[in-house]
Design a protein around this ligand. Structure first.
Ligand SMILES: Nc1nc2c(ncn2[C@@H]2O[C@H](COP(=O)(O)OP(=O)(O)OP(=O)(O)O)[C@@H](O)[C@H]2O)c(=O)[nH]1
Ligand SMILES: [Mg+2]
Length: 689
């Protein structure tokens, strides 16, 4: 067993915008705690956190790494997430594993795109946050203005607990400290501001404090931690990770004030599905039954598949039998490890609150729950939304015969990254990959190449959907007489648009429809209804206008006729399909196209041409924000079909200085002329009836 208890653990996600210094900070924390004996460096490829081949080549993080620093009797687990906007899915996926999200802000740049995204996502998930302002050594940083910006953007609960001093060469405590020199504001004023906020959590403490008594660290832990849990305080700390300034103070703060697994806000585990879904209470207690959540899987060159999990209850001991989700078959866990970057340290058990890993178990997938009790078999974490990736490429292997290998590799990558998707196009049979931006997919192609898989790429076809805009009725009689036995089935039905709010319709972009049976008096005998439904399904899948799947349609089967001898399933399946087609053609069929949310980052001088260009592409500009360093961000919505090749257009306008990410917003009807054009190009296979 480890020499620490659940109460001694701190789980902290280090997230924030690219280049803010997260990895450097983690390397500094490891060194300062004495957990390692040298300082890792991103620049020379010796970082404990950025250890993967691609990370060393690019000199920035691409995958989250799990590390730990032991300090003051506490085990501080640190997850270092990549900061590129394209890779935000990786940070989001790690949130269920931690009690605290520490957002690193580059003192020079202030609030950036990913700063905002992570702050919002952590708040949405009810996770306590801290802000670490890094790079305070850089020339011309205006820390005072930055604190103002943080408070304006994220709320007045963002309050410094230390302050830079000696021109950024040191930090001075203002949580308990009342005097000392600081580079801006006064220690006394900041001390009063943060304490006023914290004592609100504890009446007793407040009384004493108002009576002039200063609290000590022990008295502060509980109210401080509680204030973080309730987002009543978001502590701000200052560091220069490169030169080790503020690092010891940060370690102290993590150990002293940040919530332990026993104190942090509980994760939303639920049992059952749909209507029978209930919140599931668990206890962060090592002696209970095992409940662990796999938040990340990776492929390790030495040990193969590695599943990284957070134990929420009980303990995951090596060489024991566990169940995966609702599978009734138990598997043997084998060795369990603590991770220190690429190093795996074997442990007897991973206790409640801790983070560990297990290797070589193909049956374990990201999002799985590991447990050791059948009674827990329907327990899972309430799924959280990830951005839906829409930037796509159709890929074909350069070497013949690599198709199988390619799909195997893509399936692995998809499991490792919740915002990477791949599928085979139904019409073109091409393999299509989707990511959040150009960089995202470029990294995927690089990873494939490193595994010996080289591919050609081209833009994929747009995934249109079809739907209807009106109510209509349809009818078809299927009758065949070939020699002896005949086929007979007749169907009447009605179609209507299915509103977005209908419970039977799935999430945005999901293909939702509903079929109801209103047949009265057995005009279609019960046993043939499934055949009619099958026929409707067939056409839903094939589409009517241009060969795309249909969605958001309610179909009511209303009436029909049968024949005592000739009525057969095939007859009703055909009748159902063509009655549905008859109805759809009368119900003003429309083609829906995907609309994407885009965030385009360009030099300020290019904003005019970028917004002009996007407007010309049927885009809607939603806002422009100035960013540090003479850059600006344009937020817009645009039809995917118009921005499929955006990378090359952006490159030519900005001379390679622009970047963008896109995600699915919703589906919308295409303009009539576009629909006519697409429908005219569609040549359905001759239909046999
Ligand atoms: N001057 C100065 N440089 C720093 C500091 N922290 C990090 N750097 C430098 O900033 C650059 C980026 O640092 P990283 O630690 O890789 O940043 P990151 O946030 O992990 O970046 P991503 O992994 O791409 O998201 C490196 O060149 C670091 O040496 C700091 O406090 N002061
Ligand atoms: Mg990094």
């Amino acid at each position: 067993m480890p020499n620490y208890t659940t109460a001694d653990i701190r789980n902290i996600l280090i997230a924030g915008h690219g280049g803010s210094g997260k990895t450097t900070l983690v390397d500094a924390l490891l060194l300062a705690s004495g957990t390692v004996n040298r300082k890792g460096s991103v620049a020379d490829g010796s970082s404990f956190s950025d250890f993967e081949k691609e990370e060393k080549e690019h000199k920035h993080s691409i995958y989250p790494a799990v590390l730990h620093a032991d300090h003051a009797g506490k085990r501080i687990n640190l997850i270092d997430a990549p900061g590129s906007p394209d890779l935000i899915g990786q940070a989001l996926a790690c949130m269920p594993a931690v009690e605290t999200v520490a957002v690193v802000v580059n003192a020079q740049n202030g609030v950036e795109v990913v700063t905002r995204r992570i702050m919002d996502a952590a708040k949405e998930r009810n996770l306590p946050r801290a802000i670490i302002v890094n790079k305070i050594d850089m020339p011309d940083v205006d820390v005072e203005a930055l604190v103002e910006q943080l408070r304006e953007t994220f709320g007045p609960e963002c309050l410094p607990i230390n302050l830079p001093s000696s021109g950024g060469k040191a930090v001075v405590d203002c949580l308990l400290g009342t005097d000392g020199e600081s580079d801006f504001d006064t220690v006394r004023r900041c001390h009063a501001a943060i304490l006023d906020q914290i004592v609100e959590m504890d009446e007793n403490l407040m009384e004493k404090y108002l009576g002039g008594e200063e609290p000590d660290y022990d008295a502060l832990h509980e109210p401080f931690e509680k204030a973080m849990d309730e987002a009543h305080v978001v502590p701000i700390l200052f560091t220069d990770a490169k030169n080790g300034v503020g690092i010891a103070e940060l370690l102290d703060a993590m150990a002293r004030h940040f919530p332990s697994p026993l104190e942090g806000n509980p994760r939303s585990f639920v049992s059952g599905e749909g209507e029978s879904e209930r919140p599931f209470q668990y206890a962060n207690n090592p002696s209970g039954l095992l409940l662990a959540h796999v938040f990340k899987v990776t492929t390790d060159p030495f040990v193969g598949k590695l599943a990284i999990f957070r134990v929420h209850q009980g303990r995951a001991a090596g060489n024991t039998q566990v169940f995966i989700g609702h599978s009734k078959k138990s598997i043997k866990l084998g060795h369990v490890f603590h991770l220190q970057g690429k190093e795996h340290r074997e442990a007897d058990a991973i206790i409640a609150g801790d983070i560990g890993a297990v290797a070589k178990i193909d049956e374990i997938h990201a999002g799985d729950v590991l447990h050791d009790d059948h009674a827990l078999d329907s327990v899972h974490l309430k799924p959280l939304a990830f951005p839906t990736p829409m930037y796509g490429l159709a890929v074909t292997p350069k070497a013949r015969g690599d198709e199988q290998k390619l799909s195997g590799a893509l399936a692995k990558l998809m499991e490792e990254d919740p915002t990477f998707k791949w599928h085979t196009d139904r019409q073109t049979h091409e393999v299509v990959i989707n990511g959040l931006g150009e960089l995202h997919l470029r990294l995927v192609l690089e990873k494939l190449a490193n595994r010996g898989l080289h591919v050609d790429t081209k833009p994929p076809k747009i995934a249109y959907h079809e739907t209807i805009a009106a109510v209509a009725e349809g009818h078809h009689r299927h009758k065949k007489q070939t020699g002896g036995a005949g086929q007979f089935g007749e169907v009447f039905l009605r179609v209507e648009p299915l509103e977005e709010s209908s419970p039977s319709r799935k999430a945005v972009g999901g293909v939702g429809y509903e079929i109801i049976n209103e047949v009265f008096g057995g005009t279609i005998p019960g046993q043939f209804i499934p055949a009619v439904e099958k026929g409707i399904h067939d056409l839903m899948d094939q589409g009517v206008i241009a060969g795309y799947p249909m969605q958001d349609i309610r179909v009511a089967i209303t009436d029909g006729k049968h024949h005592p001898v000739d009525s057969k399933e095939v007859a009703f399946r055909a009748a159902g399909k063509f009655a549905f087609k008859d109805a759809v053609l009368k119900a003003r069929p429309v083609l829906l196209e995907p609309i994407v949310n885009m965030e385009v980052t360009v030099p300020e001088g290019n904003v005019g041409s970028i917004t002009g260009d996007l407007s010309g592409k049927r885009g809607r500009i939603q806002g422009t924000d100035m960013l540090p360093g003479g850059m600006a961000q344009v937020r817009a919505q645009a039809p995917l079909s118009e921005v499929m090749q955006y990378q090359s257009q952006l490159k030519s306008v900005t001379g390679g200085q622009g970047s963008f990410v896109m995600e699915l917003s919703h589906y919308e009807a295409v303009p009539a002329n576009v629909q006519q054009h697409i429908a005219a190009q569609y040549k359905p296979k001759a239909e046999e009836e």
